[in-house]
Design a protein around this ligand. Structure first.
Ligand SMILES: [Zn+2]
Length: 210
Protein backbone atom coordinates (compact mmCIF):
# COMPACT_ATOMS: atom_id res chain seq x y z
CA UNK A 1 0.00 0.00 0.00
CA UNK A 2 1.41 3.40 -0.87
CA UNK A 3 0.90 6.19 1.62
CA UNK A 4 1.58 9.85 0.94
CA UNK A 5 5.00 10.50 2.58
CA UNK A 6 3.84 13.93 3.78
CA UNK A 7 0.99 12.29 5.69
CA UNK A 8 3.31 9.75 7.27
CA UNK A 9 5.72 12.50 8.25
CA UNK A 10 2.95 14.40 9.96
CA UNK A 11 1.86 11.24 11.76
CA UNK A 12 5.38 10.46 12.96
CA UNK A 13 5.96 14.07 14.06
CA UNK A 14 3.16 13.41 16.54
CA UNK A 15 4.43 9.95 17.49
CA UNK A 16 4.05 10.60 21.20
CA UNK A 17 0.29 10.13 20.77
CA UNK A 18 0.88 6.68 19.25
CA UNK A 19 2.90 5.45 22.22
CA UNK A 20 0.75 6.88 25.03
CA UNK A 21 0.24 3.32 26.28
CA UNK A 22 4.03 2.99 26.72
CA UNK A 23 4.17 5.89 29.21
CA UNK A 24 6.38 8.35 27.31
CA UNK A 25 8.48 10.86 29.25
CA UNK A 26 10.17 13.82 27.60
CA UNK A 27 13.98 13.54 27.79
CA UNK A 28 15.12 16.33 25.51
CA UNK A 29 15.76 14.91 22.05
CA UNK A 30 13.66 11.81 22.71
CA UNK A 31 10.77 10.29 24.61
CA UNK A 32 11.71 7.40 26.86
CA UNK A 33 9.07 4.65 26.82
CA UNK A 34 8.41 1.12 28.07
CA UNK A 35 9.84 -1.31 25.52
CA UNK A 36 6.96 -3.10 23.76
CA UNK A 37 9.21 -6.15 23.36
CA UNK A 38 11.03 -6.64 26.69
CA UNK A 39 8.87 -4.39 28.86
CA UNK A 40 11.81 -2.52 30.41
CA UNK A 41 11.97 1.26 30.50
CA UNK A 42 14.95 1.32 28.18
CA UNK A 43 13.23 2.09 24.91
CA UNK A 44 12.72 5.43 23.21
CA UNK A 45 11.48 7.24 20.14
CA UNK A 46 13.31 10.28 18.80
CA UNK A 47 11.39 13.52 18.65
CA UNK A 48 12.79 14.37 15.23
CA UNK A 49 14.21 12.35 12.38
CA UNK A 50 13.00 9.13 13.96
CA UNK A 51 11.06 8.01 10.90
CA UNK A 52 8.58 6.44 13.25
CA UNK A 53 10.70 3.82 14.96
CA UNK A 54 10.98 2.49 18.49
CA UNK A 55 14.47 1.61 19.74
CA UNK A 56 15.56 -0.36 22.80
CA UNK A 57 18.88 -0.23 24.60
CA UNK A 58 19.13 -3.78 25.97
CA UNK A 59 21.50 -5.11 23.34
CA UNK A 60 21.89 -8.72 24.49
CA UNK A 61 18.52 -9.11 26.11
CA UNK A 62 15.87 -7.73 23.77
CA UNK A 63 15.16 -8.78 20.20
CA UNK A 64 13.98 -5.27 19.39
CA UNK A 65 17.43 -3.92 20.36
CA UNK A 66 19.13 -6.41 18.05
CA UNK A 67 17.28 -5.18 15.00
CA UNK A 68 16.95 -1.69 13.63
CA UNK A 69 14.12 -0.96 16.04
CA UNK A 70 10.42 -1.52 15.48
CA UNK A 71 8.34 0.75 13.30
CA UNK A 72 5.38 2.46 14.92
CA UNK A 73 3.35 1.17 12.00
CA UNK A 74 4.17 -2.46 12.85
CA UNK A 75 3.73 -1.80 16.54
CA UNK A 76 0.16 -0.60 16.11
CA UNK A 77 -0.71 -3.10 13.38
CA UNK A 78 0.39 -6.13 15.42
CA UNK A 79 -0.90 -4.97 18.75
CA UNK A 80 -4.36 -4.24 17.41
CA UNK A 81 -4.51 -6.91 14.71
CA UNK A 82 -5.20 -4.54 11.82
CA UNK A 83 -4.78 -4.67 8.07
CA UNK A 84 -2.76 -2.01 6.27
CA UNK A 85 -5.59 0.42 5.63
CA UNK A 86 -6.89 0.10 9.17
CA UNK A 87 -3.40 0.75 10.52
CA UNK A 88 -3.11 3.99 8.57
CA UNK A 89 -6.50 5.10 9.82
CA UNK A 90 -5.65 4.24 13.41
CA UNK A 91 -2.34 6.10 13.26
CA UNK A 92 -4.10 9.12 11.75
CA UNK A 93 -6.74 8.96 14.44
CA UNK A 94 -4.21 8.83 17.30
CA UNK A 95 -2.25 11.77 15.93
CA UNK A 96 -5.28 13.73 14.69
CA UNK A 97 -3.87 13.84 11.19
CA UNK A 98 -6.40 14.42 8.45
CA UNK A 99 -6.60 11.68 5.81
CA UNK A 100 -8.00 12.49 2.38
CA UNK A 101 -11.22 10.56 1.98
CA UNK A 102 -11.22 7.06 0.58
CA UNK A 103 -12.52 6.03 -2.80
CA UNK A 104 -15.63 3.86 -3.04
CA UNK A 105 -13.44 0.94 -4.12
CA UNK A 106 -11.25 1.32 -1.04
CA UNK A 107 -14.28 1.45 1.23
CA UNK A 108 -15.76 -1.62 -0.47
CA UNK A 109 -12.47 -3.51 -0.08
CA UNK A 110 -12.38 -2.63 3.62
CA UNK A 111 -15.93 -3.86 4.12
CA UNK A 112 -15.17 -7.16 2.41
CA UNK A 113 -12.10 -7.66 4.56
CA UNK A 114 -14.09 -6.95 7.67
CA UNK A 115 -16.84 -9.35 6.63
CA UNK A 116 -14.30 -12.10 5.97
CA UNK A 117 -12.58 -11.54 9.30
CA UNK A 118 -15.85 -11.63 11.24
CA UNK A 119 -16.97 -14.69 9.33
CA UNK A 120 -13.79 -16.60 10.15
CA UNK A 121 -14.04 -15.64 13.79
CA UNK A 122 -17.67 -16.67 14.03
CA UNK A 123 -16.92 -19.99 12.30
CA UNK A 124 -14.11 -20.63 14.72
CA UNK A 125 -16.39 -19.92 17.68
CA UNK A 126 -19.00 -22.29 16.19
CA UNK A 127 -16.46 -25.09 15.62
CA UNK A 128 -15.17 -24.85 19.18
CA UNK A 129 -18.68 -24.85 20.59
CA UNK A 130 -19.65 -27.83 18.40
CA UNK A 131 -16.95 -29.96 19.97
CA UNK A 132 -19.00 -30.06 23.15
CA UNK A 133 -22.32 -30.92 21.50
CA UNK A 134 -23.73 -34.33 20.64
CA UNK A 135 -22.50 -33.97 17.08
CA UNK A 136 -18.96 -33.33 18.34
CA UNK A 137 -18.87 -36.17 20.88
CA UNK A 138 -16.89 -38.56 18.69
CA UNK A 139 -14.34 -35.89 17.80
CA UNK A 140 -13.91 -35.02 21.47
CA UNK A 141 -13.50 -38.70 22.33
CA UNK A 142 -10.89 -39.03 19.58
CA UNK A 143 -8.92 -36.05 20.89
CA UNK A 144 -9.03 -37.34 24.46
CA UNK A 145 -7.90 -40.72 23.18
CA UNK A 146 -4.90 -38.99 21.66
CA UNK A 147 -4.03 -37.59 25.08
CA UNK A 148 -5.44 -34.07 24.79
CA UNK A 149 -6.96 -32.72 28.01
CA UNK A 150 -9.86 -30.27 27.92
CA UNK A 151 -7.37 -27.58 28.90
CA UNK A 152 -5.17 -28.46 25.89
CA UNK A 153 -8.21 -28.34 23.66
CA UNK A 154 -9.14 -24.87 24.88
CA UNK A 155 -5.58 -23.56 24.72
CA UNK A 156 -5.07 -24.92 21.20
CA UNK A 157 -8.52 -23.66 20.21
CA UNK A 158 -9.46 -26.99 18.69
CA UNK A 159 -12.93 -27.53 17.38
CA UNK A 160 -15.24 -29.97 15.62
CA UNK A 161 -16.29 -29.49 12.01
CA UNK A 162 -20.01 -30.17 11.81
CA UNK A 163 -20.00 -30.41 8.03
CA UNK A 164 -20.29 -27.96 5.21
CA UNK A 165 -24.06 -27.56 5.14
CA UNK A 166 -24.36 -27.05 8.89
CA UNK A 167 -21.59 -24.48 8.87
CA UNK A 168 -23.20 -22.43 6.13
CA UNK A 169 -26.58 -22.74 7.82
CA UNK A 170 -25.12 -21.45 11.04
CA UNK A 171 -23.43 -18.51 9.33
CA UNK A 172 -26.63 -17.54 7.54
CA UNK A 173 -28.51 -17.69 10.84
CA UNK A 174 -25.93 -15.27 12.23
CA UNK A 175 -26.63 -12.86 9.38
CA UNK A 176 -23.55 -13.49 7.22
CA UNK A 177 -23.50 -13.28 3.46
CA UNK A 178 -22.40 -16.67 2.14
CA UNK A 179 -23.10 -16.00 -1.48
CA UNK A 180 -20.56 -16.07 -3.01
CA UNK A 181 -19.11 -18.64 -0.64
CA UNK A 182 -15.90 -17.37 0.94
CA UNK A 183 -12.88 -19.14 -0.54
CA UNK A 184 -11.80 -20.55 2.81
CA UNK A 185 -14.91 -22.75 2.74
CA UNK A 186 -14.13 -24.13 -0.67
CA UNK A 187 -11.50 -26.11 1.17
CA UNK A 188 -13.90 -27.04 3.96
CA UNK A 189 -16.26 -28.49 1.36
CA UNK A 190 -13.63 -31.09 0.43
CA UNK A 191 -12.58 -31.97 3.97
CA UNK A 192 -14.20 -35.37 3.97
CA UNK A 193 -14.31 -37.28 7.22
CA UNK A 194 -11.62 -35.54 9.22
CA UNK A 195 -13.53 -33.54 11.82
CA UNK A 196 -10.86 -31.90 13.95
CA UNK A 197 -10.57 -28.18 13.27
CA UNK A 198 -7.83 -25.79 14.31
CA UNK A 199 -7.20 -22.25 13.15
CA UNK A 200 -4.21 -21.04 11.16
CA UNK A 201 -3.42 -17.46 12.11
CA UNK A 202 -1.12 -14.72 10.95
CA UNK A 203 1.33 -12.81 13.16
CA UNK A 204 -1.38 -10.48 14.40
CA UNK A 205 -3.47 -13.42 15.61
CA UNK A 206 -6.05 -13.07 12.87
CA UNK A 207 -7.47 -16.32 11.55
CA UNK A 208 -6.54 -16.98 7.93
CA UNK A 209 -7.88 -20.48 7.41
CA UNK A 210 -8.79 -23.77 9.12
ZN1 LIG B 1 13.54 -3.97 24.82
Amino acid sequence: MSVDPAILEEIYDNAIYIVKDLNPIDKGDRYVIDCPECGKREAWIYKQGAMGRIFCNRKDKCTLAQSNGLSLWDYVQRKEGLDQQETLERLAFYTRVYLPSLSDDQIQAMRENRNKKDLLEESHRYFRESLFTEDGAKTLEYLKGRGYTEKDIKTMELGHYPGYANTLKHLVSMGFQVNPIPEVFEYAKRRGEYKVVFPYGDLSGNIKAF
